[in-house]
Design a protein around this ligand. Sequence first.
Ligand code: AMP
Length: 190
Amino acid sequence: MINIVLFGKPGAGKGTQAEFLKGKYNLTHLSTGDIFRYNIKNGTDLGKLAQTFMDQGELVPDDVTIKMLQAEVDNNPNSAGFLFDGFPRTLSQAEALDVFLASKSESITATIALEADDEILVARLLDRGKTSGRPDDQDEEKIRNRYQEYNEKTAPLMGYYKEQGKFYAVNGIGSIDEITLRLSEVIDNL
Ligand code: AMP
């Protein structure tokens, strides 16, 4: 099994790249943001809870997010591997993921970051907000809040994965094809 964490700030292109990589490497794509949005759309209790945090650009609490992610992994018992997109976003999530995978005799193979400058990404998100319909993409204050959450809670994960010798980074600026190629080079050499 290969299990990849796609890492990066909001707007870095994780979802876009995951769409290409999942087919190429036969991976199950799990985007916690997409799963929350699906629940919001369907009016579930989980969706209602998540929405109060998402609309403010804040992270959904760890216990809820971890439980949801584990259920999604369990729902795909025959998967050849997972592409985690937007998870983990906190140290507790990363630790819980390691313990959970270890309980299945699995582990994270690599974490690959898409790197890009904040100002480019904020502009990209505001642009995406014009068509995505996502409230958290439409308001610069909420976007800034998402970056603050990233810097405080998610950025420390780079150290966590570096210590495990599992951290890789690629330049996230360029055409979609160019970036897929950069990511593929990392995955092919794992
Ligand atoms: P994304 O689609 O990855 O940008 O996520 C959108 C929003 O969903 C985030 O701003 C959070 O409110 C919530 N979210 C997604 N993934 C997580 C996670 N791993 N932990 C906590 N909140 C999350």
